[in-house]
Ligand binder design. Structure first.
Ligand SMILES: *Cc1c(COP(=O)(O)O)cnc(C)c1O
Ligand code: SF4
Length: 432
C-alpha cells in the first residue's frame, strides 16, 4: 500500500506526530512531493527516534528545507490562486532542472526523442512514461520536479518506437539504463513490453540492461510473491539469452538492508542471474558519516551486492539543507574506504554528476595557499578527458563543480564542450 499525504493524514501513524509537526508537514508537502509505502512506515522508520532517524528524514520533508522567507509567504497566503502561484515560484527558485539535462536529449534527423537521454557514448538513459513515479519519495531527490506537475520538462517516453529506432541507429551503445522516477513502479506487463524491444536482433549490440531503482529499499515485495516470480523468470530468460541484467540499486543507509524482505529479494535477484550494484548520494543529516557508509558497503558485499557510486548531492531542491562540502565528502569517503575489504572497494566517489561529466574528487594536496583538489572525470561527454587528473583551487565550502576554480586548460576543454553540446533556447523549448 502507498500513501499520499492526504491518505497519510487519515492513517494511525499521524497520531504519533505532534500537531505542530502535522501543521508543518501540511505546508511542506504543498511544495515538496510526498509519498510513502506501508513497508517503509512499518518496517524502516524508527518512530520513537524520528528526529534522528535517517529513514524518517529521507521521507518526511523537514521544516528547514524551506527558507524563512518561504515560510512567511506560505503562512500568510490567502486563497487557492495565490497559494498556487507562490508554491510554483518557490519550486522554481529551488532549481528544478539542474545543469541542462535537456542538452542530453538525442534526435533522429529533426525528430527529438524526449524519453531518452544520451550523454556518454556507451549508455542511453530511457525514461518510460509509466515509471515517472516512485514507491516513496526521497526528500533530497533531484528528479523531484517530475513528481509535482511543474513541468514542461518532464521526460516522457513517447513509445517503444523511439527506443528501438534510436538504439538501432547507434551501434556504439552497449548499455540501456531504465530510469525515472522508478521504472520498477511499472507492472510486469508494461516492463516486459519495453524489455521485449531489446530482444530484437538489430539490438544485439545493447548487451547491458540496467535498471536504476530504489525499489529494494522502498518496496522489496516487488520481487516476492507471484508477480515477483514472473518478473524473475523473465530476468532469467534475458540472462540466458545473453544480456547482462544489472539492477542499479539506490540505498541511502544500512538501515534499509536489515529486513528479511530485502534479504529475500536480493537472494532471488541473484539466483536469477541479476547483478546488483549499489549507489546513493551523500546527504547531510541522513548518511553524512563514514561509519554509515562503511557499514552499508560492508553489509552490501555480504549480501552479494557490488558497491558502485557515492554521489555528491546535486544542485537542486533543498540543496542548502542537504549538501555536504566537497572537502568533507572526500574525508567521509576516504575514512570509510580505509575500513572496508577490497571487495567493497569497487565503489567510487565522491562523484558529481555535473554537466560535462561525472567528476570524481580523488584527492586533496598541498598546504596553505597552494592547497588543491585533485579531480578527474570518470565519465565525460568528451572521452579524451576521462581518467586524466586535474586540479582545482581548494575551497572548504565548495559544494559543486560550479563553485570551483578549475585548472585553465581543463576549464577551456569544458567551455569547448559547452559550445558543442549546449542546446539553443529554441531547441530547449522544442523539447519541452
Ligand atoms: C551515471 C550516468 C550514466 C552511467 O555511467 P556509468 O559510469 O557507466 O555508470 C549514463 N548516463 C548519465 C547521464 C549518467 O549520469
Ligand atoms: S527513488 Fe530516486 S527518483 Fe525516486 S524520489 Fe528517491 S531519489 Fe528521486
Amino acid at each position: 500500500m502507498f500513501y499520499s499525504f492526504s491518505k497519510f493524514l487519515k492513517s494511525n501513524y499521524v497520531r504519533i506526530l505532534s500537531s505542530k509537526e502535522v501543521e508543518d508537514l501540511k505546508i511542506l508537502t504543498r511544495v515538496f512531493p510526498f509519498k510513502v509505502s506501508s513497508y517503509v512506515l512499518e518496517e524502516l522508520i524508527d518512530w520513537e527516534n524520528r528526529y534522528e532517524d535517517p529513514i524518517y528524514r529521507l521521507i518526511f520533508p523537514q521544516p528547514e528545507m524551506l527558507k524563512p522567507s518561504h515560510w512567511n509567504e506560505l503562512k500568510n497566503v490567502r486563497g487557492f490562486e495565490e497559494e498556487r502561484a507562490i508554491v510554483k515560484r518557490i519550486r522554481l527558485e529551488l532549481n528544478p532542472h539542474p545543469n541542462g539535462q535537456t542538452d542530453n536529449i538525442p534526435r533522429i534527423g529533426d525528430r527529438l526523442l524526449g524519453g531518452l537521454q544520451h550523454k556518454y557514448r556507451e549508455t542511453v538513459l530511457f525514461f518510460p512514461a509509466q515509471g515517472q513515479t516512485c514507491h516513496a519519495y526521497c526528500t533530497y531527490c533531484f528528479r523531484w520536479a517530475q513528481f509535482v506537475n511543474l513541468d514542461d520538462h518532464k521526460f516522457k517516453s513517447k513509445e517503444q518506437r523511439d527506443l528501438f529506432d534510436y538504439l538501432s541507429l547507434h551501434k556504439e551503445v552497449t548499455d540501456i539504463l531504465f530510469t525515472g522516477g522508478d521504472p520498477m513502479w511499472m507492472s510486469n506487463e508494461k516492463l516486459f513490453e519495453y524489455f521485449d524491444v531489446l530482444t530484437h536482433s538489430e539490438l544485439e549490440h545493447v548487451r547491458n540492461v540496467r535498471i536504476g531503482t530504489k525499489v529494494l529499499a522502498y518496496y522489496p515485495k516487488r520481487f516476492l510473491g507471484e508477480e515477483g516470480d514472473e518478473l524473475l523468470r523473465y530476468f532469467e530468460k534475458m540472462v540466458s539469452d545473453g544480456k547482462n541484467v544489472s539492477v542499479m540499486a539506490h540505498f541511502s543507509h544500512w538501515k534499509e538492508l536489515q529486513t528479511e524482505k530485502v534479504h529475500e529479494a536480493v537472494r532471488r535477484l541473484r539466483n536469477a542471474g541479476v547483478q546488483i550494484r549499489t549507489q546513493a548520494p551523500l546527504i547531510k543529516g541522513i548518511n553524512d558519516s563514514s561509519e554509515v557508509w562503511r557499514d552499508m558497503w560492508t553489509e552490501q558485499v555480504k549480501m552479494g551486492m557490488i558497491p558502485y557510486y557515492m554521489f555528491v548531492e546535486r544542485d537542486t531542491g533543498a540543496q542548502h539543507y542537504f549538501s555536504v562540502p566537497l572537502a568533507r565528502a572526500y574525508e567521509i569517503f576516504t575514512d570509510a574506504y580505509s575500513q572496508i575489504s577490497g571487495l567493497a572497494k569497487t565503489v567510487r566517489g565522491p562523484s558529481m554528476s555535473a554537466w560535462p561529466g561525472k567528476v570524481l574528487v580523488s584527492g586533496i594536496m598541498g598546504e596553505g595557499n597552494s592547497k588543491k583538489f585533485i579531480l578527474k572525470f570518470i565519465q565525460s561527454r568528451d572521452p579524451d578527458l576521462i581518467n586524466i587528473p586535474f586540479y582545482a583551487e581548494y575551497d572548504p565550502e565548495a559544494i559543486w563543480l560550479n563553485d570551483l576554480e578549475i585548472e585553465p586548460s581543463i576549464q577551456q576543454a569544458i567551455d569547448e564542450m559547452k559550445k558543442k553540446y549546449q542546446r539553443t533556447p529554441d531547441e530547449v523549448s522544442e523539447v519541452a
